[in-house]
Design a protein. Structure first.
Length: 467
């Protein structure tokens, strides 16, 4: 089932039914909530429990507690704030107030901005509807027209919602085509038990093809989702009809007014780190598997004898923690005094990136997992991971280092450095694997794997030539 996108809240069941009916007649699915003034019902909607992460439009009666038709925004504001805290939207949403008093919404928005202390996520836009104008005798198209006029005032909101809807439609189209395959062999498609069995058989084969027959039993959900994902992606990329493409391009161009211009406002360092993290990194809980592809697992205390023995045993060289860090990561030893470099080593997070082949993970082969030595370097020590030379700025110690863009982790900005020289095969219970901190997403872990494979091969030939 699709997630809820529109929520209506009113203390008057009659108004709520009328508005819900008008929305539904316009093809807009809603969840109507009756606001209750019961003692102990702090928000007035405590009696309702549902996932509001995907709420995109919230429509509220301004005077939910019926304060004798008061027009004092300061009296009405606490109730509005309590409702929004309970709904707790987590993404872009449009806030609609309906009332007879069009002067109140701006005052309430100002109070929310100044008093909510970050406890309520700000809407991407807000508007006002006079609910007396939209009751049972009003044509549904009028409500839909007015609603679209409000939403269109924030063009980026409308376009993002259309994109979100297309992803849902893409999944629906994919399932519809799969269902046609299941129903097609029958005389008229009405042999329901046979169709059910056929669909189960098709999905079972898809799951086997996705991860292998033996492994599908223990990972049924991942197997089915992995098998359907290519169809979903193909549908999403190809579902916009050719005749609608120009219109969609025009809408985006009108909204992104500086598209293609050279004087586009630069992003802040914070924005850049947030975008890099959005595309490349995902935080994980402490009980997350240490053997998942792309996971970064912290190394235990690295300055004791355990680490020294490990480095000698697995890497074939007697090397101290300090020397290892200087050779692979903090290579510009000309920066900072002894105390600052010691501070940098103490704040650096040494760990491992799991780099196993995709097919090994899909087929769940019983094996040692392959890891690359890695380090999270706080950006305040970034001068130690670059060096000016005659040939230009050197951003890594050698060609066997992968350097990430600036990323956010645990409230701080870091540069992730991955060494291809130090590879280890480790069991999930290895004493050198502490706790998982995050997972690199598919795009960047594929880039790391590709760079590592190129570095590992480095073919050369024996050749002769005159000088």
């Amino acid at each position: 089932m699709f997630k809820t996108h529109i929520i209506l809240v009113d203390d008057d069941q009659t108004y709520l039914d009328q508005l819900n009916s008008a929305f539904a007649s316009s093809g807009l699915s809603c969840v109507p909530i009756v606001f209750r003034n019961d003692p102990g019902n702090v928000s007035g909607i405590d009696h309702v429990n549902f996932d509001t992460n995907h709420v995109r439009i919230i429509a509220l009666d301004i005077n939910l507690r019926e304060f004798t038709s008061t027009q004092d925004a300061k009296v009405l504001y606490p109730t509005i704030e309590a409702v929004l805290k309970k709904l707790n939207p987590s993404g872009p949403y449009y806030l609609i107030f309906w009332s007879r008093y069009g002067n109140l919404p701006a005052e309430i928005i100002a109070l929310l901005a100044s008093r909510s202390n970050g406890e309520v996520l700000a809407p991407l836009g807000w508007g006002f509807l006079n609910k007396l104008e939209f009751q049972a005798d009003v044509p549904p198209d009028e409500l839909k027209k007015k609603l679209l006029e409000l939403v269109d005032q924030v063009c980026i909101f409308r376009l993002l919602i259309e994109w979100e809807n297309r992803t849902g439609y893409a999944a629906s189209y994919a399932l519809s085509e799969l269902y046609k395959i299941a129903a097609a062999p029958h005389d008229n498609g009405w042999k329901i038990p046979e169709t059910q069995e056929k669909l189960i058989t098709l999905l079972t084969h898809i799951a086997h093809e996705s991860v292998g027959r033996k492994n599908a039993t223990g990972t049924a959900n991942q197997a089915v989702e992995g098998g359907l994902l290519p169809i979903l992606e193909d549908k999403l990329l190809g579902m916009t009809k050719e005749e609608n493409l120009d219109s969609l391009n025009a809408k985006w161009s009108a909204c992104l007014k500086q598209l293609g211009e050279n004087d586009l406002e630069n992003l802040t360092d914070e924005d850049i780190a947030n975008l890099n993290t959005f595309y490349n990194l995902e935080g994980v809980p402490q009980d997350f598997s240490k053997t998942k592809r792309g996971v970064f697992v912290k190394m235990p205390n690295c300055e004791g004898p355990l680490a020294s023995r490990f480095f000698t045993r697995f890497f074939g060289k007697d090397i101290s923690y300090k020397k290892l860090i200087n050779e692979e990561f903090l290579f510009n030893t000309e920066v900072g005094n002894k105390s600052l470099r010691k501070e940098a080593r103490e704040n650096l997070v040494l760990g491992w990136i799991e780099i196993g082949a995709v097919c090994d993970h899909a087929q769940q082969k019983n094996r040692l997992h392959r890891y690359l030595l890695s380090a999270l370097v706080p950006v305040e020590y970034s001068a130690m991971v670059c060096q000016q030379r005659e040939s230009g700025t050197m951003l890594k110690a050698h060609e066997g280092i992968f350097r990430s863009p600036v990323l956010h982790y645990n409230g701080k900005q870091y540069i992730l450095l991955i060494s291809f020289r130090y590879t280890a095969g480790l069991h999930k219970d290895s004493c050198m694997l502490d706790k998982p901190l995050f997972r690199l997403k598919e795009q960047i872990i594929n880039e790391v794997a590709f760079a590592w494979s190129k570095y590992s091969i480095r073919p050369g030939i024996t050749s002769f030539r005159n000088e």
